[in-house]
Write a protein that binds this ligand. Structure first.
Ligand code: PLP
Length: 377
């Protein structure tokens, strides 16, 4: 066996041993919240398509019509092939939603963060980031070669301390946080972070991938990043910011320059979804109501977002709970390290507008009686 095969197999064996190997399972979507796996229908509580817009007839029609009219792919980078007219429309709407001068759309949220962070800071600069920030914010920080300091989750005193200690010895500084934390569902104290950042001449950037459908200009946040891949039901990432910042991103962010533009159908789907969101304020509120209904039934604290974690500790326990729920007809994926810290493997439930209350009750009862109570005995 050559060294490459040996390396890969040894690495996989070690991961399997720790219950940390990941594998793909063929799962076909069937409508807003249902999927089919191994020939069995399941109700999914693990999609980030919170408003079920990926399945909305108007969104699908927009994708099909744009594909018929303009083709399946974009051909090249937007700077090379020319900017498709759909992008101007999408970026205008995003800027309006977030109350900024302009917006720049990237291939995905992950690519957006890899592009934005190194465009704004580099060697000799400082990044201060929440310990639970998304993997792609951390990857963007590493790529920038800035000095990185990590603060305890949502700990404002720690942010203040780190900036007081390190800010003066660096030229520029960026403060990074998720808006809604993707694995815990709690919110960052954005207004307070903005105040601390301003006091230390530090630029605040929020990754609001899980809050992207929510409008409401956060004027105190100069760098509002998000994704079209979750509540918006399509695909792509974006930054909303001032004109000068967006112009700089378009000329310097490498994943924008050196990667192909999104396909027309994907952009058109994003525009159609943003239209639906703008015209139906009640829709955006629905997922949190569903999550609150679930938490009330389990006597859990009221959720801050439609993401509800159930911490179980070791990976095996989370995997067993996920298998049990699958046997009962629910798809709820186990989340394990390194996605979450050691000892905090969990079920991560996401609630969407399309979930039936009866299904939520049934799920809550199984979680209470067969996953939580079971372990306390
Ligand atoms: C999902 C997610 C991303 C990545 O967005 P994609 O468009 O899926 O690449 C970035 N940040 C956070 C917080 C996320 O949850």
């Amino acid at each position: 066996m050559d060294t490459l095969e040996r390396f890969a197999e040894a690495k996989l064996a070690a991961l399997s041993e720790q219950q940390l190997r990941r594998t793909l399972h063929e799962t076909a979507p069937c409508g807003p919240v249902r999927v089919k796996r191994n020939g069995r229908p399941l109700i999914s509580f693990c999609s980030n398509d919170y408003l079920n817009l990926s399945q909305h007839p108007a969104v699908k029609r927009a994708a099909v019509e744009a594909t018929e009219r303009w083709g399946a792919g974009a051909g090249s980078s937007r700077l090379v092939t020319g900017n498709h007219p759909l992008f101007a429309e999408l970026e205008r709407r995003l800027a309006r939603l977030k109350g900024t001068d302009d917006a720049c759309v990237f291939g995905s949220g992950y690519l957006a963060n890899l592009g934005i962070v190194p465009t704004l800071v580099g060697a000799g600069d400082l990044i201060v980031a929440d310990e639970l920030s998304h993997a792609c914010l951390r990857a963007g920080a590493a790529l920038s070669r800035s000095h990185v300091e990590i603060f305890r989750h949502n700990d404002l005193d720690h942010v203040e301390d780190l900036l007081a200690t390190h800010r003066a010895s660096h030229e520029r500084a960026l403060l990074l946080t998720d808006g809604v934390f993707s694995m815990d569902g709690d919110l960052a104290p954005v207004a307070a972070l903005a105040e601390i950042a301003a006091a230390h001449d530090t630029w605040l950037m929020t990754d609001d991938a899980h809050g992207s459908a929510c409008g409401g200009a956060k004027t105190e946040v100069p760098l509002q990043m998000g994704t079209l891949s979750k509540a918006v039901g399509s695909y792509g990432g974006y930054l909303c910011a001032s004109q000068a910042v967006i112009d700089l991103i378009r000329t310097r962010a490498r994943p924008f320059i050196y990667s192909t533009g999104l396909p027309p159908g994907v952009v058109a789907a994003g525009i159609a979804a943003l239209d639906l969101i703008a015209n139906d304020p009640g829709l955006v509120a629905a997922p949190l109501r569903k999550a609150a209904f679930f938490c009330a039934r389990l006597n859990l604290p009221a959720p801050e977002s439609c993401i509800v974690p159930i911490l179980l500790g070791e990976p095996e326990r989370a995997l067993a709970a996920s298998r049990l729920l699958e046997d009962e007809g629910f798809l709820v994926t186990a989340i394990r390290p390194p996605t979450v810290p050691e000892g905090t493997a969990r079920l991560r439930l996401t609630f969407s507008a399309g979930h039936d209350d009866a299904d939520i009750e049934w799920l809550a009862d199984i979680v209470r009686e067969r996953i939580l109570d079971h372990d306390e005995r």
